[in-house]
Write a protein that binds this ligand. Structure first.
Ligand code: SF4
Ligand code: SF4
Length: 207
């Protein structure tokens, strides 16, 4: 098997990346990683990942911002929490996967893969209408994912429409979407307030 190695020059590294991740809820303990690899060993889908959970943590700490934000791994993560349960340093790896996804979407720097497009469409639609309209979401995802994906999905869409499971003109909407938006804003506020401000551990002093 051919092994490809990519060299990243130090000037492309972002030393602030680690602190930004540590400042997000769930990222606080990233500095405690001992690179034991338990998370990668326990992860049921690490075999399909381009960067294993251990490498994701290590690369965040080393400042590989672009490589981590463009990785497929966070989008493959199934949120099973096995890594978080087994980590000897109690690092919330699953939450760190979510932090990476949020950052990638915010900075529009993510792998051109269908899952980010689905997540983006889902969040926008639920925040706006309080409910999900599958036909509209399908159209948005198709627009972002390219012609090949759209053509591949056409037979499925057609079968669903024939069974009245997909209604292109119908929009699902809750009676008061504003109340949901307020609830989400409160959750965000409370979660951020509860998060412990990160403190980088002082280097060990030897006699
Ligand atoms: S299990 Fe925890 S300590 Fe070990 S490599 Fe993974 S994140 Fe680091
Ligand atoms: S939460 Fe994600 S990264 Fe962790 S073990 Fe499950 S699939 Fe792997």
């Amino acid at each position: 098997m051919e092994t490809l190695r990519k060299v990243t020059y130090e000037e492309r590294l972002d030393p602030a990346f680690e602190e930004q991740v540590a400042a997000e809820p769930g990222g606080e303990r990233i500095w405690d990683c001992i690179q034991c690899g338990t998370c990668s060993a326990i992860c049921p889908v690490s075999v399909y990942m381009d960067l294993t959970p251990r490498r994701i943590i290590g690369m965040i700490r080393a400042g590989f911002r672009h490589e981590v934000l463009n990785a497929v791994s966070p989008w493959i993560c199934t949120s099973c929490y096995a890594c978080t349960v087994e980590c000897p340093e109690k690092i919330r790896i699953t939450d760190i996967m979510y932090i990476v996804k949020r950052m990638a979407m915010k900075e529009s720097e993510y792998h051109r893969f269908v899952v980010p497009a689905i997540e983006e469409a889902f969040v926008k639609m639920v925040c706006r209408n309080g409910r999900l309209t599958e036909s509209r979401m399908g159209m948005k995802v198709a627009r972002k994912s390219g012609l090949r994906y759209t053509v591949a999905m056409m037979p499925i869409a057609w079968r669903l429409m024939r069974k009245d499971r997909l209604r292109p003109l119908h929009v699902e909407r809750m009676a008061d979407p504003e109340s949901l938006r307020k609830a989400l804003a409160t959750i965000k506020e409370v979660t951020c307030a509860a998060s412990t401000p990160p403190t980088r551990p002082a280097p060990a002093v030897t006699a």
